[in-house]
Design a protein around this ligand. Structure first.
Ligand code: SF4
Length: 212
C-alpha cells in the first residue's frame, strides 16, 4: 500500500467497473450501458498507461543516478541526493533531519551511503562516522526497518562498513544530547585547526570560532 496507493485505487476502480458490468448484463438499455462502460474502460486505460509511464521514467532516473554516482555492483539505488525529488528525511523522536548522499538496497536492507572527498584515512573519522549513524537512525525511523550497517565511501573505491548496533545507537544519542545541551547552555568550542573545514562549513558566518 505504501509503495503503490494510486495503483491500488486504480485496481479497486477496475474491480468496481467489472462488478457494474456484471450487474448491467441484464439491463434493458444495453446500448447505453455498453457505451458508458466503454468510455470508462478507455479512461481507466489512459490513467493506467500514464501511471506506467511515470513508473518507467522514475526507474530510468534512478538507473541514471546510480550510474552517475558510480554505485555499480553495490546494489539497487533506492535514493540519491542528486535526484530532483529527493526529500528531507525526518525523525521526530530524535529531532534529526537530513539527506544521505545515497540509499542502496543490499540483501533487502536500505543501506545509507555517505560519500567523502579528500584524503583516504586509515580509519573513518569520528565525525564522518557519527554523521553516518545519524543517517542510519533516519533510515531506520522512516522505513520502519533497521539496516545492520551503513557505508562510508572515500573517493571512489575506499569503502568502510559501519555497523548499526545498540552501542552505536547509544553513541549517536549521546552526541545528540551533547549538541542539544550546547545549544541551550552555549560554550561550544572548535575541536580542530583546519581552515579548509571552516571554509566549507555552512555555519561559519555565525560562528565566532571560525578560522576563515
Ligand atoms: S566555522 Fe565554526 S562550526 Fe564551522 S567548522 Fe569552523 S569552527 Fe566549526
Amino acid at each position: 500500500m505504501e509503495a503503490g496507493r494510486t495503483e491500488v485505487w486504480l485496481m479497486l476502480g477496475s474491480v468496481t467497473i467489472a462488478l457494474h458490468a456484471f450487474a448491467l448484463f441484464n439491463a434493458r438499455e444495453r446500448t447505453v450501458a455498453t457505451f458508458v462502460l466503454f468510455v470508462l474502460a478507455l479512461a481507466w486505460t489512459f490513467i493506467a498507461a500514464w501511471r506506467l509511464h511515470r513508473g518507467l521514467l522514475a526507474t530510468f532516473e534512478a538507473e541514471s543516478a546510480r550510474k552517475a554516482s558510480g554505485m555499480k555492483g553495490m546494489g539497487a539505488l533506492a535514493y540519491s541526493d542528486d535526484q530532483k525529488e529527493s526529500g528531507l528525511l525526518v525523525d521526530e523522536t530524535t529531532g534529526l533531519r537530513g539527506r544521505p548522499d545515497q540509499v542502496v538496497i543490499i540483501d533487502g536492507q536500505y543501506i545509507p551511503v555517505e560519500q567523502k572527498t579528500g584524503k583516504v584515512p586509515i580509519e573513518p573519522h569520528l565525525s564522518h562516522k557519527v554523521q553516518l549513524l545519524a543517517y542510519l537512525q533516519l533510515v531506520s525511523a522512516t522505513t520502519n526497518s533497521r539496516p545492520s550497517y551503513g557505508i562510508l565511501r572515500y573517493i571512489d573505491d575506499s569503502l568502510f562498513q559501519i555497523p548499526w548496533t545498540e552501542d552505536e545507537e547509544h553513541l549517536l544519542l549521546e552526541r545528540i544530547c551533547e549538541v542539544q545541551r550546547l545549544m541551550v547552555e552555549g560554550g561550544a568550542q572548535r575541536d580542530h585547526d583546519r581552515p579548509g573545514k571552516c571554509r566549507n562549513c555552512s555555519r561559519r558566518h555565525s560562528c565566532s570560532d571560525s578560522l576563515v
